[in-house]
Design a binder for this molecule. Structure first.
Ligand code: CAO
Length: 467
């Protein structure tokens, strides 16, 4: 009985592949059962049986965006008989609105390309039939949805189920044939300048690379040259503004309506640079990265105690002002997803060390794109350390409903005169403040800045005012 089902399944798969049906003698009861199984599997986007050594699976056209019911296959990037890996590009498709690439959700062999080039493929209808290793699909229980860009070449990608291929920033785009050629010639695809469509490495790129390189193709500890910037696109590209960018549109548009007072000063960083180099090694032993920020943040909180209006919020029509009890100091972060401003909560109660630990946590979450709303909500003051990237001055913009923000430039080594009039090596940093000029006057900002600057220039003095 079991073997009958097995052979029936094999037969049904062959039938499905549309090739050898005439050569297979089918038991009708088994056919009926397998057709039923096929219907269920097709609904899931997969036609397979886990009992077979190399089952055939049908990959249906996934949603390539906006649930387009049909697309035209503009180019197949694989051919029947090709061996593909999960994440390899299969074909280019074009809908009414956009072009997209469809990627393989399996490791296996392409048995059949169901739709011809220039023909129409239908959403959730068969696109490719694969032969996969026994148990390699892992997709039987999932409906295959949108086909995203290929996975990164990492251990994480290997464990990711096909329905959730991660967005990749690192995977090199190439067809299986090109990958095969690269492997044969021992060329690392990441070293090759892609000239193909959509930044894809094509065969000629590999050959050009081999012709122009003698060293890097052989294995060994050779540092690859930095990749050149992608060539400019031949066509304009329109994309919707979503996610963090959309939040930035709304927040900054609102901010732009507020009259803002700007104030800038130079800060002597000599003592803080020295203090940091003392503490940095110590803290790094405990796994805590220690930058200037924890001290700069704590100095803000100490100064806010004397200038509470800078830690206030105003309602949208600016009729009431709320003096906030907690110093929840936001830190603008440049993350892979865009600008985000998580805040260190209750800085007034935290030591510099505790602020460093919290900042490390926020930075790790930000870098992973995993900051929860609680970390970004309820900031009362903001800082932007644009100097971590570069620059001297900035014009920071308020993050409503808070009423003040500061931006730091890069700490620079400059010639300075000491108290004796002798030239010395000095570290300076510029700070640029912006405040809501509807509720805060310039003199208040200057006094706040002087107090903050005094703490930063004499970090030891902070001890006296810390609780
Ligand atoms: N001047 C000189 N060196 C600086 C510096 C500055 N202003 N700021 C940071 N550095 C150094 C740090 O000391 C650290 O040095 P080490 O490697 O020797 O330890 C290194 O640069 C990396 O620091 P970091 O960036 O990891 O940590 P940070 O606490 O200084 O800053 C953060 C954290 C999140 C503010 C920063 O990484 C960042 O994202 N800045 C960009 C903010 C931004 O985009 N602002 C614009 C907002 S408006 O669009």
């Amino acid at each position: 009985m079991f073997s009958a089902v097995r052979s029936g399944v094999r037969a049904a798969c062959r039938f499905h592949s549309g090739r050898r049906v005439s050569s297979v003698g089918l038991n009708h009861r088994v056919i009926a059962r397998e057709v039923q199984r096929s219907v269920v599997s097709r609904w899931r986007g997969v036609h397979t049986s886990p009992a077979i050594a190399s089952p055939l699976v049908t990959f249906n056209l996934p949603d390539v965006g906006e649930r387009m019911a049909t697309v035209v296959i503009t180019e197949w990037l694989v051919k029947e008989g090709d061996t593909v890996s999960m994440g390899d590009a299969l074909c280019e498709v074009q809908s009414d609105k956009s072009a997209a690439t469809v990627y393989s959700p399996y490791d296996g062999v392409v048995k059949e390309l169901v739709v011809e080039e220039e023909e129409t493929a239908h959403l959730e209808k068969p696109l490719v039939v694969f032969e996969v290793e026994d148990g390699a699909t892992g997709a039987e229980e999932h409906e295959l949805k949108q086909s995203p860009p290929p996975p990164a070449e990492s251990a994480a990608a290997e464990t990711t189920p096909p329905t959730q291929l991660p967005v990749s920033s690192g995977k090199v785009l190439a067809t299986p044939a090109v990958r095969h050629l690269a492997a044969e010639k021992e060329v690392n695809l990441a070293d090759v300048v892609p000239t193909g469509k959509g930044g894809r490495v094509v065969k000629e790129d590999i050959l050009n690379y081999i012709n122009s390189n003698t060293g890097p193709t052989v294995s060994g500890p050779v540092t690859p040259p930095p990749s050149p910037p992608s060539p400019p696109s031949a066509e304009d590209r329109v994309e919707p503004i979503t996610g963090f960018k959309l939040v930035m549109v709304r927040t900054m548009t609102e901010s732009g309506r507020i009259p803002q007072f700007g104030y800038k000063d130079e800060v002597d960083m000599n003592k803080l640079v020295e203090l940091r180099s003392l503490l940095k090694t110590r803290l790094s032993e405990g796994g805590v990265a220690f930058s200037y920020m924890p001290v700069l943040i704590k100095a803000v909180s100490l100064a806010l105690v004397h200038h509470p209006v800078l830690n206030s919020t105003v309602d949208p029509d600016c009729t009431t002002i709320t003096y906030r009890a907690d110093h929840n100091v936001g830190v603008a972060m440049d993350t892979p997803l865009g600008l985000i401003v998580p805040n260190v909560k209750r800085v007034q109660e935290k030591s510099v060390y505790e602020i460093a630990v919290e900042l490390n946590r926020l930075q790790s979450l930000g870098a992973a794109g995993q900051l929860p709303p609680v970390d970004t909500a309820d900031g009362t003051f903001s800082l932007s350390n644009i100097g971590a990237i570069g620059g001297t001055y900035a014009n920071p913009m308020l993050l409503p409903p808070s009423v003040a923000i500061g931006a730091f430039g890069r700490v620079k080594v400059v010639p300075r005169f000491d108290s004796e009039g002798d030239l010395e090596r000095g570290h300076v940093m510029h700070v640029s403040w912006a405040a809501d000029h509807r509720v805060i006057d310039g003199a208040e900002v200057a006094r706040f800045s002087n107090r903050w600057k005094n703490y930063v220039e004499n970090p030891a003095s902070m001890i006296l005012d810390m609780k």
